[in-house]
Design a protein around this ligand. Structure first.
Ligand SMILES: Nc1ncnc2c1ncn2[C@@H]1O[C@H](COP(=O)(O)OP(=O)(O)OP(=O)(O)O)[C@@H](O)[C@H]1O
Ligand SMILES: [Mg+2]
Length: 233
């Protein structure tokens, strides 16, 4: 069974400005007939020029947005049959997210930030806290758990974001430019963490502009103008 299976996925965004003018409302096609299978424990880098549709595709894979048409199966489940609540459940259970700007809550500590995605999982708070502490130790932040994000370096904030992504023990990690704001030494450090996570059996889809980062993946998929232009293992 594939981790992620996309068949003929299209995404069109409405052009509001045009609609106001009473013009054509056909919208812009951002993803065009994307068919793609990602197996369990694959490490995929998603590349392409700005505007080629990478984030849009990652949002669809992450159940943060729905395709306009096409079929998307996540761990064998046809996601189109799920209502928004059941999609949220599946998202919280199966997927972990790491973004370029870390989206940490500024007034919460590192530990509280990592616990956050577990609050609706039904897992008791003591268990969440133990998990979060263990994850922060694994990413090398045992001595920074009580720090607010503003007192952490960029690399440390990204490590908190990785620990947070792993809290619900998802099988799939989705990352959008996770090293985009980091210098090359810190970026190397974060990529080491991705390898550790990959070695533990997880599937990774990572959007990156950085060729060196992309080379670390086992498979590179290039998007061009909303279509898959290249898919190399
Ligand atoms: N909510 C939206 N409404 C309308 N158009 C959108 C929306 N989101 C994205 N787009 C358009 O879709 C296209 C692809 O955007 P997307 O964010 O997926 O690109 P990207 O490949 O991630 O680019 P970047 O490398 O700059 O992050 C762009 O032309 C963008 O303007
Ligand atoms: Mg993007």
């Amino acid at each position: 069974m594939s981790a992620i299976s996309l068949t003929d996925i299209n995404k069109t965004f409405c052009q509001t400005a045009d609609r106001k003018n009473g013009n054509d409302t056909s919208g812009i096609e951002v993803l065009k007939s994307i068919t793609l299978d990602i197996g369990q424990n694959e490490f995929v880098a998603l590349q392409g020029t700005s505007g080629s549709g990478k984030s849009t595709l990652l949002h669809i894979i992450g159940l943060l947005d729905r395709p306009t048409s096409g079929r998307y199966e996540l761990t064998g489940l046809d996601t189109s049959t799920l209502d928004d609540d059941r999609q949220s459940d599946l998202r919280n259970r199966a997927l972990g997210f790491v973004f370029q700007s870390f989206y940490l809550i500024p007034y919460a500590t590192a530990l509280e930030n990592v616990i956050l995605p577990g609050l609706y999982s039904g897992v008791p708070r003591t268990e969440l806290k133990a998990r979060a502490e263990s994850l922060l130790e694994q990413v090398g932040l045992a001595d920074r758990m009580d720090f607010n994000p503003s007192r952490l370096s960029g690399g440390q904030q990204q490590r908190v974001a990785m620990a947070r992504a792993l809290l619900n023990e998802p099988d799939i990690i989705l990352a959008d430019e996770p090293t985009g704001q980091l210098d090359s030494a810190t970026s190397t450090e974060i990529m080491k963490l991705f390898h550790t996570v990959h070695d533990s059996g997880k599937t990774i889809v990572l959007v990156t502009h950085d060729e060196d980062v992309a080379k670390e993946a086992g498979r590179i998929i290039k998007l061009h103008d909303g279509m898959i232009a290249e898919d190399v293992r």
